[in-house]
Write a protein that binds this ligand. Structure first.
Ligand code: IYT
Ligand code: CU
Ligand code: CU
Length: 256
């Protein structure tokens, strides 16, 4: 952690380079096609292991022909002595089909605008879930500097149940999710990012630079491998009526 700030592991069909390593430059020099995030590590964060009998499906006809590991270095002074870098991840691979398949559900806002000086702006995202049951076991939040707290919920029969809630200013790794909350056909999945526009003199939009913002809530889940749906996205703005019932904790910054 004195060398690396964070690492993201992606899976995809075609990496942007066929070299064994390259400089990914600014925003997303990872894959030619759509990259799917599979793992994240960030300094000081506890490692998240896949539960027993759970694996990501890779290779073959899975659409995951390559892993791309993106490493964000922190303080490069560790390399002044020109030693070789040995940062990385260890993956455990098996040819044995696993009973459960791991997947990632990404909720992201595409249209949030944060007004300068405004104390609170909420980015609300929600989608109906109309597939086979998933069992969340880890979650990750991502915003840039203005994000205060990001929370994800399952809504069933009008009742909001917390999947996870975290400050995006803490290491952006995967943290354990509330294990009691499964998601099944007919549920709604919702997330809120609370931002502040304090300290800004112009509007802040969703975008790739550190002066822009993002609102992401990632759910890592497992599901029965016979239905195997490994990656799901939700980019719909949640309705005002729905979010009238969001628990108050979604607007309480995380301290300590
Ligand atoms: C605009 C935005 O919110 N971008 C996010 C989420 C995102 C991830 C992937 C969007 C797309 C992707 O293919 I994978 I389209 C974003 O870029 N998040 C960053 C990483 O790039 C994954 C993050 O750290 O969560
Ligand atoms: Cu980092
Ligand atoms: Cu971002």
């Amino acid at each position: 952690m004195d060398t690396v700030h964070h690492m993201l592991l992606f899976g995809c069909k075609t990496p942007v380079s066929t070299r064994s390593f390259w400089d990914c430059g600014s925003v997303q020099g990872t894959c030619e096609d759509e990259a799917s995030i599979m793992y994240a590590w960030a300094r000081n964060a506890p490692p998240t292991k896949l539960p027993k009998d759970v694996g990501f499906k890779v290779g073959g006809n899975s659409g995951m022909s390559y892993f791309v590991l993106q490493i964000h270095y922190g303080d490069v002074s560790a390399f002044r002595d020109h030693h070789r870098d040995c940062s990385g991840l260890t993956l455990r691979m098996t040819l044995k089909p696993q009973p459960f398949i791991a997947g990632i559900y990404l909720l992201m806002s595409v249209d949030t605008v944060i007004l300068p000086g405004k104390r609170v702006t909420n980015a609300d995202i929600a989608c109906d879930y109309t597939s086979y049951p998933i069992y969340p076991f880890a979650f990750r939040t991502h915003t840039h500097r203005l994000g205060k707290v990001v929370s994800g919920y399952r809504i069933r029969d009008g009742k909001w149940s917390l999947i996870g809630r975290q400050s995006p200013q803490l290491p952006q790794a995967f943290y354990p999710a509330n294990k009691e909350v499964d998601v099944k056909y007919g549920d709604t999945i919702a997330a809120r990012c609370m931002f502040t526009g304090e300290g800004r003199t112009s509007k802040t939009y969703i975008g790739g630079t550190s002066d822009d913002e993002m609102c992401n809530f990632y759910i890592m889940y497992y599901m029965d491998s016979k239905h195997a749906i490994p990656f799901l996205n939700c980019m719909e703005t949640g309705s005002k009526e729905l979010f009238e019932h969001i628990p108050a904790e979604a607007n309480v910054p995380i301290t300590g």
